[in-house]
Design a protein around this ligand. Structure first.
Ligand SMILES: Cc1cc2nc3c(=O)[nH]c(=O)nc-3n(C[C@H](O)[C@H](O)[C@H](O)COP(=O)(O)OP(=O)(O)OC[C@H]3O[C@@H](n4cnc5c(N)ncnc54)[C@H](O)[C@@H]3O)c2cc1C
Length: 239
């Protein structure tokens, strides 16, 4: 259906609707991609806001016409802020790449598993969808949380050391929560042992201790795919 939507602005793409139903009947829509925006620039963010506010009534009119259940839809309110997907990444002791994600690499310093697809949104109109929406289970290496040249800073955020493509997967909330857990444990270890984060990243004994603490508290740090027969039986078992 969205292939037939013609945005008002040439700087807008609406690839999917990403609708959320709130308990009070409101529906949130995370649908309007504004192209060519530098999320570090307040002027660009103001432009993105103006473009999306102009686009929204046009999109709602389209949905009223085409989407069952939306015949009487009306604009409730705009999001309080423009949602910025990505700006900066730190250069870390290690760097997560698309190959790591695609190949399901689980390195020895993994502090948490992640499995969101490589979900990239276009930055320019020429950007094409290059990756199928497939989940690959891979590990977040501790080295990606440790900035290369800073001894006393640790990251738990979409800004970890990752390429733009890898960040399309690792940027999500469950993964950043795991990073937060690992960063907290690493900070406790650093304070207790009087060592800096890059030293922990280079020390296999310290990494083993960190991973053991994480495992003790319930983190899952390794993965083996379930045999396919289990998955195939599941729907029948549910009747
Ligand atoms: C359009 C979009 C859709 C997304 N959809 C999903 C999804 O469906 N599922 C999912 O899991 N993830 C999704 N994400 C990713 C998710 O939003 C992030 O993983 C998550 O918000 C990261 O949490 P955070 O606490 O690291 O950063 P943030 O949520 O960005 O929080 C950082 C906070 O720090 C504040 N701050 C910044 N600088 C300062 C300062 N100097 N002083 C004080 N405060 C400061 C900011 O205002 C902000 O409130 C989406 C992201 C985008 C942009």
């Amino acid at each position: 259906m969205l292939q037939t939507y013609h945005p008002l602005s040439s700087d807008v793409l609406v690839r999917d609707l990403n609708l959320g139903r709130e308990p009070d009947g409101e529906v949130t829509a995370n649908a309007i991609d504004v192209l060519g925006i530098d999320g570090r620039s307040t002027a660009d963010l103001a432009r993105a806001r103006a473009i999306s506010e102009a686009e929204t009534p046009h999109l709602i009119a389209f949905l009223r016409d085409r989407l069952p259940g939306f015949q009487d839809a009306a604009l409730g309110k705009y999001a309080s802020a423009v949602y910025v997907r990505e700006t900066r990444h730190f250069a870390g002791v290690d760097r997560l790449t698309a190959t790591d994600v695609w190949n399901g690499q689980i390195p020895d310093d993994t502090i948490g598993l992640s499995s969101y697809p490589l979900d990239l949104h276009p930055v320019t109109a020429a950007d094409k969808l290059a990756y199928a929406p497939i989940r690959h289970v891979y590990g977040i290496p501790f080295g990606t949380l440790v900035p290369r040249d800073l001894a006393n800073l640790i990251l738990a955020s979409p800004a970890i050391s990752a390429t733009h493509i890898a960040a399309g997967s690792a940027r999500v909330i469950p993964t950043t929560i795991e990073e937060g857990e690992a960063a907290g444990d690493a900070a406790a270890l650093a304070a207790h042992e009087h060592v800096a984060f890059p030293a922990i990243a280079r020390d296999s004994v310290a990494i083993a201790e960190l991973r053991s603490t994480l495992r003790r508290d319930g983190a899952i740090l390794s993965y083996r795919a379930l045999p396919i027969t289990v998955a195939a039986k599941e729907p029948a078992a549910r009747g």
